[in-house]
Design a protein around this ligand. Structure first.
Ligand code: PDD
Length: 286
């Protein structure tokens, strides 16, 4: 079945999907994106993802590409045309196509919109979670507005490549004071010896993950104590459990940090429980 992409008003074969060379996303990384899980054909937490998209667009003063209802339709239609039952839908909005100049284009330039969808084997991703992942730590060399979900991801790309070259699945960024901020594409969590669920507060130092927000709800329902504060790499290495959250990895246990085993070196029971409860707390249309 050929894959289909939505590009600026048209559904086109994925292999032929193109954006203009003067698209500001290509020229400047001047755009934002979202990634949403698809589960049994339904979009998971679409509302919260589109709320965050609105915020990212507002912060960067990029116009809405279309109404929410229209965008929601394009997301659904892209999922449908690709016959994705379990997988991911990606959307990118850029400031549009205009002659190269750093300042915003003069006049009314339409934002550009691309939507793609792909299938992911849920059995495979569950298997990866059950095995747990290794992470490495790298200095956080990103700009100060990482709360905006921008397509300008070069530090994240380099961090993830460093992880891959070290045989790890994710890199955790560490700020100048030695505190973990978040992963290259995930939020970072630890559980200390007293069972506190610790994750950095969602200020401008991290992206406010939608998965993170849902996990906060799961903790409340399970009577687990949430502590929103920064933690150091040393603390993380001594933690009882560690895990990451994202739309792509859901809740995935971390079993190693910089080569050091976490807890007993196996995926933590609490992290796996949170993963099993996750979809009960996410917003998924029936
Ligand atoms: N990444 N932090 C960063 C830097 C991220 O890029 C992401 C998501 C998250 C988790 O956010 P959420 O729970 O809403 O997915 C945290 C997506 C999945 C990606 O870039 O592929």
């Amino acid at each position: 079945m050929p894959r289909i992409a939505y590009v600026n008003g048209r559904y086109v074969p994925h292999a032929q999907a193109r954006v203009h060379v003067e698209d500001r996303g290509y020229q400047f990384g001047d755009g934002v994106y979202e990634v949403c899980e698809i589960r049994q054909g339904a979009l998971v937490d679409e509302r919260r993802h589109l709320d965050r998209l609105d915020r990212s667009l507002r912060e960067l003063r990029i116009r809405q590409p279309m109404s929410r209802a229209a965008l929601s339709h394009v997301l659904r239609e892209t999922v449908r045309r690709n016959r994705v039952r379990d997988g991911l839908v990606y959307l990118q909005v850029t400031r549009g196509v205009a002659p190269r100049d750093h300042g915003f284009p003069a006049g009314e330039v339409d934002p550009a919109l691309v939507v793609t969808a792909k299938s992911v084997d849920p059995v495979k991703s569950a298997g990866a979670a059950e095995a747990g992942i290794a992470v490495i730590t790298v200095p956080d060399n990103r700009w100060e507005r990482v709360d905006i979900k921008t397509v300008a991801l070069l530090p994240n790309v380099l961090a993830r490549q460093a992880a891959a070259e070290a045989g790890a699945a994710e890199a955790w960024f560490v700020d100048a004071k030695g505190y973990v901020t978040e992963g290259s594409s995930t939020n970072a969590w630890i559980i200390d010896g007293e069972g506190h669920m610790i994750t950095r507060s969602a200020d401008r130092g991290i992206l406010r993950g939608i998965t993170r927000s849902v996990v906060v709800d799961v903790l409340a329902s399970e009577g687990l104590e949430l502590v929103e504060r920064a933690f150091t790499v040393e603390e993380a290495k001594r933690a009882r459990e560690a895990f990451v959250t994202s739309a792509t990895k859901l809740v995935t246990p971390v079993v190693q940090i910089d080569g050091q085993a976490i807890g007993n070196g196996r995926p933590g029971a609490i992290a796996l429980r949170l993963r099993s409860l996750y979809h009960k707390h996410a917003e998924i249309p029936a």
